[in-house]
Design a protein around this ligand. Structure first.
Ligand SMILES: [Zn+2]
Length: 300
């Protein structure tokens, strides 16, 4: 890390060292519009990370059982999600690893044909911070090209797999000419990303673990990880996040996964949160790309 210097422990770092690390990627200008399209007071941005089989492939791909769980995401999860979105006529964003796009090209074409956005979600759901910069750059380029070839639309946004953002990710996003990232959590409004203190023009549409279905529902048969929050309580958390965003005239963003939210006992959460939001006056639903574009052009 410090060329020519012995590695120091964090408590030994000079001020310049911890400042350099903190300042690498930082939240800059807040991008909160006075109102959303059509005079709406609140924006709803729904997203689905279609990880499917890459949840296991990225760990070696040795578990037929976990690969089957991933296939459920394609066979049952995505169709069920698309049916709910179509019923309410709302648009959403799907983040898709390139390997998933190659395994399930018809799914991606259907998602785009139904008016939704597809964004980059790594090659095989690899962790960016574990990669050399050159490998990360190569995989991100190939991922963008693959999604474009499969779905017919060049992606404009990236969600890093597992929200794992390396010290090189923002630089690579800028090289690729992306409009936005959706992996960081420095705010609840969109903001401009700073690289080493310099504004990049790239917008962050922030996520949060609290608005992610995976943290409430994940389980591991052979470890102690179990779902610890009942579906009704997960809905209650999401509803409160929406209510506060509505009161603040802000943005309500949600992250879900086809192989997690797609079950019969859970899909109602998506149905009900859309119904609940639509029961309020002045709520606009947009893809992440649409939200970013509006926020950037109308920030006060
Ligand atoms: Zn993912």
């Amino acid at each position: 890390m410090n060329a020519g210097k012995p590695d120091l422990e964090p408590w030994e770092w000079p001020e310049g060292e911890w400042r350099r690390r903190v300042d690498r990627v930082r939240a800059g200008r807040r991008l909160r519009p006075a109102e959303w399209p059509g005079g709406a007071r609140c924006a709803v941005a729904l997203s689905f990370d279609s990880d499917h089989e890459t949840s296991d492939l990225r760990d070696g791909g040795n578990s037929i059982g976990r690969l089957a769980w991933g296939q459920y995401g394609n066979r049952v999860g995505v169709p069920r999600i698309l049916a709910v979105l179509a019923k309410f006529q709302v648009k959403a964003s799907f983040y898709v690893p390139a390997v998933v796009a190659l395994l399930h090209p018809d799914e991606q074409r259907r998602v785009v044909a139904e008016g939704h956005e597809i964004g980059i979600h790594g090659w095989i759901h690899e962790l960016n911070s574990a990669l050399p910069a050159d490998a990360e750059r190569d995989l991100m380029r190939r991922s963008a090209d693959t999604l474009e070839q499969v779905a017919g639309v060049r992606p404009v946004g990236l969600r890093t797999p597992s929200w794992d953002f390396s010290r090189h990710t923002l630089e690579i996003e800028r090289e690729l000419g992306l409009a936005y990232d959706s992996s960081l959590m420095a705010d609840e409004d969109c903001y401009e990303l700073l690289l080493d203190g310099v504004p990049t023009g790239l917008v962050e549409l922030p996520v949060e673990w609290v608005r992610d279905d995976a943290v409430y529902f994940m389980m591991n048969r052979f470890q102690s990880l179990r779902p610890y929050t009942p579906p009704a309580d997960v809905f209650d958390i999401f509803r409160r996040e929406f209510e506060a965003a509505y009161d603040e005239r802000g943005l309500f963003q949600l992250t879900m996964h086809p192989h997690i939210i797609g079950y019969r006992s859970r899909i109602w959460i998506l149905d009900e949160i859309i119904r609940h939001a639509k029961a309020h006056q002045g709520v606009w639903f947009g893809t992440h790309a649409e939200v970013v574009d509006w926020a950037k052009r109308h920030a006060t």
